[in-house]
Design a protein around this ligand. Structure first.
Ligand SMILES: O=P(O)(O)OC[C@H]1O[C@H](OP(=O)(O)OP(=O)(O)O)[C@H](O)[C@@H]1O
Ligand SMILES: Nc1ncnc2[nH]cnc12
Length: 187
């Protein structure tokens, strides 16, 4: 296994380089299960989130769940939203949108219960993710907010991968390149 070393939120981590296709490899950023990194990234992300500019934060399951929770804990937010990848029996009359992400083949769906959608209506929502790559997951979160009648107040992520680092509509802590099969950075 090859690794890409990164300094992020004041910490050093080695990202394992994983195959997406024969021509495209990514450095897997797994904040899930890394308590020290979660706390540090949450602290730094909150510096990108202008206080008073949003009413609630929203992310999509799964890897960003501890991150958004820690952001809420540090900022004193009592409530945040998690878009789920499947409907649950306890979700009243869920709404959903379709989603394509670099790490998952085929189409995913993102769901929100109608109760959460009603809370989002008329509110300013800050979208949070661990990584933004193709932007598919971010786009799906935006669509859920719009379907719910809310507005997107901002888009923040720990890492912007590949072309996402050139986007001017997102804020992020660091860029992350994509890789060739031999572990070299893709030009
Ligand atoms: O910009 P994109 O191409 O959509 O890629 C970014 C998304 O991919 C990852 O989630 P993933 O789909 O791997 O799901 P997981 O968090 O459930 O592992 C990551 O957490 C982002 O949500
Ligand atoms: N480099 C990466 N690590 C973890 N999840 C991702 N989703 C998209 N790119 C990713």
């Amino acid at each position: 296994m090859q690794y890409y070393p990164m300094h992020i939120a004041g910490l050093d981590r080695k990202l394992p380089i994983c195959k997406i296709t024969d021509e495209l490899y990514i450095g897997a950023f797994i904040v899930f299960g890394d308590a020290e990194l979660t706390v540090a990234c949450a602290r730094e992300l909150l510096k990108l989130a202008e206080e008073g500019s949003y009413d609630y934060m929203l992310t999509a399951e799964a890897k960003s769940i501890p991150l958004i929770h820690e952001m809420a804990r540090q900022s004193g937010a009592q409530k945040y939203f998690i878009a789920r990848k499947g409907p649950k029996a306890y979700m009243p009359d869920p709404i959903h949108v379709e989603d394509h992400s670099i790490t998952t083949s085929g189409t995913q769906k993102l769901f929100l219960g109608r109760d959460d959608a009603e809370l989002i209506r008329g509110k300013r929502i800050l979208l949070v993710d661990d990584v933004i790559s193709t932007g598919g997951s971010l786009h799906a979160m935006e669509a859920l907010v719009e379907l719910s009648g809310g507005t997107v107040a901002g888009r923040i992520a720990v890492l912007a991968e590949g072309d996402a680092q050139n986007r001017s509509d997102i804020r992020f802590l660091a860029p992350l390149p994509v890789f060739n099969a031999d572990g070299t950075v893709k030009a």
